[in-house]
Design a protein around this ligand. Structure first.
Ligand SMILES: O=C(CO)[C@@H](O)[C@H](O)[C@H](O)[C@H](O)COP(=O)(O)O
Ligand SMILES: [Zn+2]
Length: 194
């Protein structure tokens, strides 16, 4: 059993090493888009399923509350938390619309959608991206594997941060690290390097 554990640690380290070689320019671009949106009165909506729902809440709580230092609250909404809204949309329409209907109500031009999917194929995240584009929002996608359907939907104004891995858990582990990088870069840009 300990060999399995050591195997998980080794695979996670390997994925992070590869990601450190490939992802920094995309993470920097994504942070810049988020900083520009926040400086112009925009907000960041986030969504995903399962572990990625947790990631989207993790990110929004770090903006709304704080990351590693004292600073004013920043505007963000996780679209994964309101069970009355989620269940009624899924019940009356379709689970595929649970995020897109919220985006049509809450998303404005200049806001950012942080769309999280390890496969890039979750239908409700795909529809969220389509709704964000209809609202003239920019999309930052955290993906993995071959980028899936999501990657084919993105425009030149969007950014995809695609983790170079095929195992969902390994991709999620890097997604969380990327989220912490984004929070750090946002704090540095808005409040100065500490
Ligand atoms: O956390 C995990 C697996 O580590 C699962 O809950 C996982 O997030 C779920 O199966 C999701 O539905 C997968 O969706 P996606 O990443 O392909 O968009
Ligand atoms: Zn998981």
């Amino acid at each position: 059993m300990q060999d399995r554990i050591i195997g998980h640690f080794g695979a996670s380290i390997e994925t992070k090493t590869l990601s450190a070689e490939e992802l920094p320019p995309y993470i920097e671009q994504a942070a810049q888009l988020m900083v520009d949106a926040l400086l112009h009165g925009g907000k960041i909506l986030s969504c995903g399923n399962g572990g990625s729902a947790g990631d989207s809440q993790h990110f929004s709580s770090e903006l709304l509350n704080r990351f590693e230092r004292e600073r004013p609250s920043l505007p963000a909404i996780a679209l994964t938390t309101d069970t009355s809204t989620l269940t009624s949309i899924a019940n009356d329409y379709s689970y595929n619309e649970v995020f897109s209907k919220q985006i049509r109500a809450l998303g404005n031009q200049g806001d950012i959608l942080l769309a999280i999917s390890t496969s890039g194929n979750s239908a409700n995240v795909v529809q969220a991206i389509q709704a964000a584009h209809e609202r003239d929002m920019i999309v930052v996608a955290l993906s993995g594997k071959d980028g899936g359907h999501i990657s084919s939907l993105l425009t030149g104004a969007d950014v995809e941060i695609r983790v170079p891995a095929d195992v969902t858990a390994r991709i999620q582990e890097v997604h969380l690290l990327v989220i912490h990088c984004l929070c750090d870069l946002i704090d540095c840009a808005l409040f100065g390097e500490d």
